[in-house]
Design a protein. Structure first.
Ligand code: HEM
Length: 384
């Protein structure tokens, strides 16, 4: 399933992504099917769904089958299920992860005219960075081995997630995924980890998403050479380019909860066990969360980091890292990794090698994400 990049603002891509974009102006929850899921559209309702844990439970099952049955979770009734949460990474871990991604990126694409897929370019640097932050006691060799196994698991998980129906337990895709997961968990156990399954999940969540975000960022910079010039001239903050990418193309463009009991959102009453979706991609196009006044309806679909210069409005109100107890614990590392991607881009001239399209199969990522890369000579002036 693909659609065109970069506007993603006014056109109507296929599938659920198209349905979400069509709902941008709405203020009440929108049912995307006869029995849901319900898409929440207002910023206040979105925040409530993610933070009001008495009314909205973390989902066990939001598969199409569960939504068709109108039952978003396995337990038929009862109190919200307790779920483990992850502590946010501290400053030392973030600094360690940032150092690794910077070192890993430094040596990549040294030859003029290198053609590269942004998704491939960022795989090892991001996986190693996240492993360095999460597993600070490991030596670099063990860390890199684990990062490779995380990537193998993420690759094997892709077809399972993208499958239209839940693939059968003994299907080829499931078996491949389970072998990759067991290899990773065994390596984590060998490295002395007490909770290998939990760490494996953590590492996988912190690998695929920042790779996709970084790839969107590079694709956007290649498509907007004026922004790259502004960045070099210091007229745009690198962080503004990061937020603008997370606004237009947040890799986790939709996240879900399940109503624990019937609940009112605005004047809409959702039944119990209703799969309720919050979309950072939708919220990032809401007029009240994106700076104006010169930025009209169509402009909110345009990549323009400058819109964040000199405004009081705070970026991130569209929840690209979620909110509440299950908000992203790797937020600060993710932002640091993306800042290093901007720094790498500043040392190169980037051209789009193909029209990037939106792959909706696991979150959203650009496919293809082809770039033609020319290293910049260190003597070249900042704005030429
Ligand atoms: C740009 C980078 C990233 C983005 C945009 C991002 C975004 C998100 C979002 C939207 C969620 C779901 C929140 C919710 O449902 O309320 C999430 C969850 C999560 N993220 Fe990230 N993330 C990023 C980087 C990372 C990194 C670097 C790590 C690990 C070091 C990480 C680990 C996790 C984990 C473990 C969860 C699950 C939290 C839970 O269920 O309690 N993420 N992330």
């Amino acid at each position: 399933m693909t659609g065109p990049f970069p506007s993603l603002g006014t056109e109507a891509p296929s599938g659920r992504l198209g349905a979400v974009l069509r709902a941008v102006g709405a203020d009440e929850p929108v049912a995307l099917g006869r029995t849901g899921p319900w898409l929440v559209t207002s910023p206040a309702d979105s925040r409530r769904v993610l933070t009001d844990t008495a009314c909205f439970d973390f989902p066990l099952d939001v598969s199409r089958r569960a939504v068709r049955r109108g039952a978003g979770r396995a337990a038929a009734s009862g109190p919200p299920t307790p779920h483990e949460t992850f502590a946010a990474l501290g400053p030392a871990a973030v600094a360690a992860g940032r150092r690794v991604v910077a070192e890993e990126l430094r040596s990549r694409c040294g030859d003029p005219g290198t053609v590269v897929e942004a998704m491939d370019l960022l795989r090892a640097p991001v996986a190693r960075s996240t492993a360095a932050a999460a597993l600070p006691d490991l030596d670099p060799t063990a860390r890199d081995e684990i990062a490779d196994l995380v990537l193998s698991w993420v690759d094997a998980l892709g077809p399972v997630i993208a499958h239209r129906r839940n693939p059968a337990r003994f299907s080829r895709v499931r078996r491949r995924e389970s072998v990759a997961r067991r290899r990773l968990e065994q390596r984590l156990t060998d490295a002395g980890e007490q909770h290998p399954a939990r760490i494996a999940t953590y590492l996988a969540a912190g690998t695929q998403v920042p790779i996709a975000a970084g790839a969107w960022l590079l694709v956007a910079l290649a498509a907007h050479p004026g922004v790259a010039t502004d960045l070099r001239a210091g007229e745009t903050e690198p962080l503004a380019a990061v937020w603008e990418t997370l606004r237009l193309t947040p890799p986790t463009w939709v996240t879900g909860r399940v109503s624990a009991a019937p609940v009112e959102l605005g004047s809409t009453r959702l039944p119990a066990q209703a799969v309720t979706l919050v979309s950072p991609l939708l919220l990032g196009r809401r007029a009240e969360l994106v700076p104006g006044p010169e930025h009209g309806e169509a402009d909110r679909g345009v990549f323009s980091p400058r819109r964040w210069t000199g405004v009081a409005m705070r970026p991130g109100a569209w929840l690209p890292f979620g909110a509440g107890p299950h908000a992203c614990p790797g937020r600060n590392l993710g932002l640091a990794q993306l800042l290093e991607v901007v720094a790498w881009a500043g040392r190169h001239d980037l051209e789009p090698g193909a029209v990037a399209r939106v792959d909706q199969s696991r979150g959203i990522f650009p496919a293809p994400s082809t770039l033609v890369v020319h290293p910049r000579h260190p003597d070249r002036s900042s704005s030429d």
